[in-house]
Design a protein around this ligand. Structure first.
Ligand SMILES: C[S@@+](CC[C@H](N)C(=O)[O-])C[C@H]1O[C@@H](n2cnc3c(N)ncnc32)[C@H](O)[C@@H]1O
Length: 205
């Protein structure tokens, strides 16, 4: 087990879900942000899914999920919580490293609070190489990360904070920005966590 995996496993093992610094009982901001994106029978890739309640909401809306996380602890918790886990794809591994060939392509990629943990340039590039390979033509990418006004650390780790411009540059010209919004998330401890929410659409053929 690598140390990053140990770090996240320890957090998921020791803290009850509702005490996690990024816990949302209602995932309404994400759902509102995805308004107009059809989820029914669509494949949704969730990097760093954690134990997010968004998974249940997406399943209720008819999506088929590809669930990734570096923490097997988080994925096991999720597997035990959602209905028919065998219907979905599971991949425990580092999202900055090349994804296995068998991971299916996706109509939608939704990242909340994962990309910003990648610090090294090679890790960030590896993440976007995966995104580029996985997201289909006309597919959507939602990235919700700590904004330039955001905290410099989370879960005891340094973070890389993002502007819309940097996210656009990183995702590349093949993706068009549909919308962006500053959003201040209040964490379970009452702290303000400024995020930047962005939605991109990939060009057609
Ligand atoms: C702040 S939590 C957010 C979880 C979830 N996206 C949510 O909104 O509740 C960050 C998640 O990313 C996972 N993670 C961190 N680094 C990762 C990496 N390099 N590859 C895959 N997952 C990673 C952690 O295990 C954790 O579940």
């Amino acid at each position: 087990m690598n140390t990053l995996q140990e770090h996240w496993n320890k957090i998921f093992k020791e803290k009850p879900e509702e005490k996690l610094g990024w816990y949302e009982r209602e995932v309404s901001k994400t759902v509102e942000f995805l308004d107009g994106v059809d989820l029914e029978n669509k494949v949704v890739f969730l990097p760093g899914a954690g134990t997010s309640r968004l998974t249940n909401t997406l399943i209720e809306k008819g999506a088929l999920l590809v669930l990734n996380d570096i923490s097997d602890e988080a994925l096991t918790e999720l597997r035990n919580r959602i209905e028919n886990p065998g219907k979905h794809h599971w991949y425990c591994g580092d999202i900055s490293k090349p994804l296995p060939e068998e991971i299916p392509t996706a109509d939608i990629w939704i990242d909340r609070a994962v990309l910003h943990f990648l610090i090294e340039e090679t890790e960030i590039q590896g993440y976007f190489e995966n995104l580029n390979r996985i997201v289909k033509r006309n597919g959507y990418v939602m990235l919700a990360e700590f904004s330039l006004k955001g905290a410099q650390k989370c879960a005891g780790l340094n973070v890389h904070r993002y502007s819309v411009d940097e996210l656009q540059k990183r995702v590349g010209n093949d993706f068009k920005l549909i919308k962006s919004e500053d959003y201040v998330y209040i964490n379970p401890g009452g702290g303000e966590r400024p995020y930047i929410y962005t939605l991109f659409k990939r060009n057609g053929a």
